[in-house]
Design a protein around this ligand. Structure first.
Ligand code: FES
Length: 57
C-alpha cells in the first residue's frame, strides 16, 4: 500500500509525496500564476504559515 503525505512547509507550499518522493507542490499562498501549483511566488509575497504534516495510510 502506498503512503501519501502532505507536507505543509514553513512559509511555503504543500508538498504532496508518494512513498517519500515529491510528486508536486501545491500553492497555499494564493499568489501563484500556475495554480494549483506553487511557482515560488510565496517568497516575493512574504507568505507566512506554520509547518504541518498530514499522512494518509
Ligand atoms: S505557495 Fe508557492 S506560490 Fe503559493
Amino acid at each position: 500500500m502506498e503512503k501519501i503525505e502532505f507536507d505543509f512547509t514553513k512559509d511555503g507550499p504543500i508538498l504532496v509525496k508518494k512513498d517519500g518522493k515529491i510528486e508536486f507542490a501545491l500553492c497555499r499562498c494564493g499568489h501563484s500564476a500556475k495554480k494549483p501549483f506553487c511557482n515560488g511566488a510565496h517568497v516575493q509575497a512574504a507568505f507566512k504559515a506554520d509547518e504541518h504534516r498530514l499522512e494518509l495510510k
